[in-house]
Design a protein around this ligand. Sequence first.
Ligand SMILES: [Zn+2]
Length: 98
Amino acid sequence: MLAPKTQRRYCIYCRKHTLHDVKRSSGHKKSPLREGERRFHRKMKGFGSFPKSNPKDREKPTRKVDLRYKCAECKKEHNIGKGFRVKKFEIQTEKKEK
Ligand SMILES: [Zn+2]
């Protein structure tokens, strides 16, 4: 997937549509364990049956991409949505001229 470098998006700070720089957010902090994860760890410790093989063995074929948008007017960054899974992700460096 090739994403455009700048996008016109709604800025939650300016409360209007402005140009945004698209940036790939990096260095994801590991979030605290969610309920499902905790339940899963409990299972793996041996309470009840062993439901599935350890996920460490099977890697996912795609990676999740999270985007950050930097408003050109107020210079604030914000995330939109939860990110999505793609095999390949690039941010367009030069605008294609028609
Ligand atoms: Zn703004």
